[in-house]
Write a protein that binds this ligand. Sequence first.
Ligand SMILES: [Zn+2]
Length: 263
Amino acid sequence: MYPVLYMRITQGYMIGSHKGYYAVDDGCSDTAKDYMVAPFSGTVKQIYPQYENQVFFESDNPVLFADGTEDYATVMLSHQDSPMSYGMAIGKHYNQGEKIYVEGGRYAGKNGAIATHVHLEFARGKYTGWHKNEYGYYCINNGKKPEECCFIDDSYHILYNYGYNFKKVEALDEYTTGNYITLFNMNVRSGAGTDKAILKVKDLTEDGKEHATSKRANDVAVYKEKTVFTAKEIINKDSSVWAKSPSGYICLKDSSQIYCEKV
Ligand SMILES: [Zn+2]
C-alpha cells in the first residue's frame, strides 16, 4: 500500500532531482508534518542519520505489486527530521499500516533545511542498498514506478497524484454460508471449479431434483433460474467464489459476473 494517506505528489520521477530514477516527493496533507504508514509488514534494514535520515524497509515475505507481480519489496523514505519517531531503528519490525515515519525537511544532516515532504523510492526484491546513477543521484537498487508497486483504497485522500494512476484494492466481497438464489440456470458440479465435472440429475438430493431443468436421471444437473439452495461452505478459488450445497458445487460469482445472490 502507498505509505502516505493524503497523497499530494509534488515532484514526479525522472525529472529534476529525480532524473534517471523512480523517486517521488509527497507533500502529504498540508505544510504540517504527516506520518507515513508501513506499506507492508517488514523490517528496517538501513538508516543514514548523517544525511537525510533515509530509511530502507524490506518486506517480510513476497508481496503483491500493483502490476500483478509478486516479489519481496523494499521502500526508501527520506527527509524526516531528527529525532526519529515510532521506535525507528535498524532491525525494528513494523506491521503493515503501522506508523513508521514522519515527513520532514532534513537535508545534508540539517533539520528543516528544505520544504517539508517525504521522498519515496520503491524497489522490487530484498534490500540491496543504493547506487549513484548516471546523473549523480543516489537511488535505490531495482527501483520501480510507485504506481506499479503500491495500491490505494477508499481510505486514501488523493489531493494530487501527479497523473499517476494508483490501483485501488477492491473491497473483498464477503460471502457467507446460508441460502442463495440462482440468477441463471446453473450447473451443479462435483467440486469448486469449472474444471470439475457437472453432476447428473440422479446425483442431486430429492429437493435438488425438484429444481433441475431435467427430470431424466442421466442428464446433466442444472438448477433452474430462481432456485434457492443452501451454501454449507464457501470456497474462494482463483477469482471465483463457490458454494458447497448438499447436492454439489455451484458458482456464486467469477471475475466477470455474479450468478447467485444471498436470500
Ligand atoms: Zn525527492
